[in-house]
Design a protein around this ligand. Structure first.
Ligand SMILES: NC(=O)c1ccc[n+]([C@@H]2O[C@H](COP(=O)([O-])OP(=O)(O)OC[C@H]3O[C@@H](n4cnc5c(N)ncnc54)[C@H](O)[C@@H]3O)[C@@H](O)[C@H]2O)c1
Length: 283
């Protein structure tokens, strides 16, 4: 092969040693630094922090609730024997996002993986019933925050010439979802942002990908539902699960498994797209 053709095909960029490695060898985040927004959260936030730490990463837990951030950071350090760092920030505010990025970078000296996990669904009203305040809050939490954080973390990742931004979207981004107009539209925006940012970052060493949970529960919430009397059946949840081919909700950890995989060399080629972890959720 001519030197010119090898250059055109970018042969040197291929991970040519990969065939000789076990996939588990590739799924090793020791020496890496990750950060998770809403990482103190009882559901996907803490699950992402735990999964990334379980693969060996040092992890920053970013949350508006400082007690939750500190609790999860302490539990995770104890459980997985990695360094953790709690950061209190409201990442719907650009200056807080910048401050959080700067704090994580100052503490660990770099940021390899940034998980935009923050997101909150709306309360199940028709669109025409929503107030301006709710619309603003929905857009700030579900769309502005990941955009602000990505913008802020690029100031660290671009000079590093490396980084992975993982955006948590939702299966609701891909279909019309009842009583969820603003949330689902914001999540569709997150998927579009992931794809467009990926192209914008082409050649920079920084890559993006989105993950779409479907119907997600924690072990604690599952036990809570087990104990509920029949007349308190959460009908929305039952309806949601009826649309899932897997026949059940996922645990947050099952979604965080994908986040962990995508953060490693094993999942690095999955870029500029939204990966469903919805158990085959259908319309
Ligand atoms: N729960 C589901 O079934 C489901 C389904 C599809 C997608 N998702 C998406 O998964 C992600 C995680 O959702 P979750 O329900 O697991 O929540 P979570 O438990 O991961 O996060 C909750 C945390 O968010 C923190 N938080 C709230 N506002 C904040 C702010 N402004 N700045 C920083 N932290 C803030 C809270 O303090 C809390 O600790 C979201 O993006 C959500 O849209 C969830």
């Amino acid at each position: 092969m001519s030197h010119k053709l090898a250059h055109q095909l970018n042969i040197d960029a291929l991970p040519l040693d990969m065939p000789n490695k076990r996939i588990t060898e590739l799924m090793d985040l020791r020496g890496k630094v990750a950060a998770v927004t809403a990482g103190g959260g009882p559901s996907l936030g803490q699950a992402c922090v735990n999964r990334l730490a379980g693969l060996g990463a040092a992890v920053a837990v970013i949350d508006i609730d400082s007690e939750a951030a500190q609790r999860v950071a302490a539990q995770v350090a104890e459980r997985w024997g990695v360094r953790t760092f709690a950061v209190t920030a409201d990442v719907t505010r650009f200056d807080d996002a910048v401050r959080a990025v700067a704090a994580v970078n100052a503490h660990f000296g770099k940021i390899d993986i940034w998980v935009n996990n923050l997101g909150i669904p709306e309360r199940g009203l028709r669109f025409a019933e929503e107030s301006e305040a709710v619309l603003d809050r929905m857009i700030a939490i579900n769309l502005k925050a990941p955009i602000y954080c990505a913008r802020a973390v690029l100031d660290v990742m671009l000079p590093q010439k490396s980084g992975r931004i993982i955006n948590i979207a939702s299966e609701s981004s891909k279909r019309a979802t009842a009583l969820s107009v603003v949330y689902s539209s914001c999540k569709a925006g997150v998927v579009g942002f992931t794809r467009n940012l990926a192209l914008d970052l082409k050649g920079s060493g920084v890559t993006t990908v989105a993950v779409c949970p479907g119907v997600m529960l924690t072990a604690e919430i599952a036990e809570h539902y087990r104990a509920l009397p029949e007349d308190e059946t959460p009908q929305n949840l039952v309806n949601g699960i009826n649309r899932v081919i897997a026949g059940r909700a996922s645990l947050a950890e099952e979604v965080a498994n994908m986040v962990g995989f995508l953060a490693t060399d094993a999942g690095a080629y999955v870029q500029a797209t939204a990966v469903s972890v919805g158990g085959g959720l259908s319309d």
